[in-house]
Write a protein that binds this ligand. Structure first.
Ligand code: AHZ
Length: 304
């Protein structure tokens, strides 16, 4: 059923939008509540079904995770990529610059990626400034979400990893264990709320430095003695950014680590509010993931 709303061409905003109507006679098209419920749930459960077998899972939708997702999904439109974000909102530490200020600083050569995204900035010589960090994160998020091979599951936490052992006895990461974040937060006061799972050939962890949820995959593997953990070093902008980008790698078979989570693996310095390393580490992580993908996919078939 269609509505017959009258377009108000005399409206003072008619030049900027077609969505101006005669408000006195205005009426929405009808809907039944169950239609809304089914429109949402049918799609969500279809996605859960589709992405239960993902090619690549990215954990954490901060600046490193979203950059990685954007580059990866565009380079390989044939791969199914799931992003798991514990918060309701994406962005991690990137809705603001430092100390709750708005502007976002990125050292060159990260300006190249920002240009590619079509985001305006001020050029200060060796670095650039975007007027609001939220402009970066919302722009890249909208670009990622419009890609057909990506699904973002937000308000969902990775609370464990799936592992497999090869015949030779080598362990590898083979997926993630998830739960609604609100459920994850209540394991101490409610009993046995079992999780869900996503199998993947490669997992890319971008969960930031240690905190209530941060550095999750590095901490989980370290807790099992599978990875050595060296806590994040003190702030040194010059050392920190190069180190994070250069050391972006597969830290454990099947697990690529990017962004500030790496500092919790390598004890590299933190950089504070300069974001070039998050962008470049995200790009590097996409490259590393594709370098190892075929090999890990082959293993995944064998080590069912
Ligand atoms: O909610 C977290 C955030 O959005 C999410 N996350 C953490 N643990 C998770 C889990 N399951 C699902 N178990 C999880 N999601 O991961 C995201 C991390 O974003 P971030 O902005 O914290 O990390 P980043 O590495 O992309 O960027 C770091 C930005 C920093 S911190 C820093 C410093 O402290 O010196 N400097 C910079 C530039």
């Amino acid at each position: 059923m269609h509505t017959t709303n009258l377009y108000n061409e005399k409206s003072k905003v008619a030049k900027t939008t077609d969505a101006v109507f005669d408000w006195d006679t205005f009426k929405f098209a009808p809907i039944r509540e169950s239609q809304v419920s089914r429109a949402m749930t049918s799609r969500y459960f279809k996605d859960l079904n589709k992405y239960a077998e993902s090619d690549i899972v990215i954990v954490g939708a901060g600046s490193a995770g979203l950059t990685c997702a954007y580059v990866l999904a565009r380079s390989r439109p044939d791969l199914k990529i799931a992003i798991i974000e514990a918060n309701v909102a994406v962005g991690g530490g990137c809705f603001l610059g430092g100390q709750l200020f708005s502007a976002m600083v990125l050292r060159k050569p990260a300006d190249r990626f920002i240009k590619e995204l079509g985001i305006e900035f001020e050029d200060e010589g060796d670095f650039i400034v975007i007027k609001h960090a939220a402009l970066f994160i919302t722009t890249i998020c909208s670009k990622v979400l419009s890609l057909p091979n990506v699904k973002l599951f937000n308000a969902t936490a990775v609370e464990d990893l799936i592992t497999r052992k090869s015949a030779a006895g080598k362990t590898r990461v083979a997926g993630v264990v998830t739960n609604w974040t609100l459920v994850s937060m209540h394991h101490d006061d409610q009993s046995c709320m079992d999780p869900n799972t996503i199998n993947a050939k490669v997992v890319i962890s971008c969960t930031g430095h240690d905190g209530p949820m941060g550095a999750f995959c590095v901490k989980r593997l370290a807790s099992q003695g599978l990875l050595e953990r060296h806590k994040m070093g003190c702030l040194n902008m010059n050392l920190a950014e190069d180190s994070i980008v250069k050391n972006t790698r597969e830290v454990f078979p099947g697990l690529v680590c990017a962004g500030m989570e790496l500092a919790e693996c390598d004890s590299s310095n933190r950089m504070g509010p300069t974001f070039g390393a998050m962008v470049q580490s995200g790009v590097h992580a996409a490259e590393v993931a594709l370098d190892i993908y075929e090999e890990r996919a082959k293993q995944d078939k064998l080590e069912y």
